[in-house]
Design a protein around this ligand. Structure first.
Ligand SMILES: Nc1nc2c(ncn2[C@@H]2O[C@H](COP(=O)(O)OP(=O)(O)OP(=O)(O)O)[C@@H](O)[C@H]2O)c(=O)[nH]1
Ligand SMILES: [Mg+2]
Length: 196
């Protein structure tokens, strides 16, 4: 079981290991919300939403008895910002997000994001995360709904197809959001430590 907690419970004599995680994906897919839910324990407040093309959050955590100086980096999903995004691929681990309530976004994962990640990540591990699970679940409930959504089975299949280390689904508003976001970033940290 992974263990993430704040720095004060760790051994102050040990040097923390620096580790960086980049969160990428289409504009509006939920990158900031995912980062905030994990790092600050809440969603972006009104007027606090990050819109710059490269933003970072830093936090000190303990993972498997190791102190980690974690940098979380979000980059813009706009095509024009591909050069800025290249900086994100210098991070140790990449989390590629897409919203589960959009089959269009699912297609872009395969046709646009996966080739970019494969080209620029230079052997680093990446995870695939389906966001806005609550909206997918709502769409599912609507009988005869024409709204497209992505099932867990399809998400897993895509993750395998594009070479992601794992597939996760999450909603930042559901009651399990704390547990799930910890699991996602815990796995990202584990993969980052393995490969560094
Ligand atoms: N229902 C629901 N809404 C979400 C979820 N995650 C994010 N949102 C909403 O989706 C919108 C975009 O979320 P952001 O976290 O700003 O998305 P982003 O990918 O950082 O957006 P950009 O930085 O502009 O590319 C906001 O209105 C969020 O409240 C989720 O799990 N469920
Ligand atoms: Mg954002």
């Amino acid at each position: 079981m992974e263990f993430l907690c704040c720095y004060s419970q760790s051994n102050p004599l040990l040097e923390p290991t620096p580790l960086s995680v980049a969160v990428i994906g289409d504009p509006g897919c939920g990158k900031t919300s995912l980062i905030y839910r994990f790092s600050r324990g809440h969603l972006p407040l009104v007027g606090q939403e990050i819109s710059a093309s490269l933003d970072t959050d830093k936090l000190d955590i303990v993972h498997s008895n190791r102190q980690i100086a974690l940098t979380l980096c979000e980059t813009s999903g706009h095509e024009d910002d591909a050069r800025v995004r290249a900086l994100a691929y210098k991070c140790d681990v990449i989390i590629l997000c897409f919203p589960l309530d959009s089959t269009e976004a699912q297609r872009r994962v395969v046709s646009e994001w996966a080739p970019e990640v494969t080209l620029l990540k230079r052997g680093k591990p990446f995870l695939l995360v389906g966001t806005k699970r609550d909206l997918r679940d709502e769409a599912k409930k609507k009988i005869g709904s024409k709204v497209g959504y992505v099932s867990k089975a399809v998400g897993k299949k895509i993750a395998k197809q594009i070479g992601a280390k794992a597939f996760f689904e999450c909603s930042v508003i559901d009651s399990d959001s704390e547990k799930v976001t910890k699991r996602i970033f815990g796995r990202a940290i584990r993969e980052g430590l393995k490969s560094s």
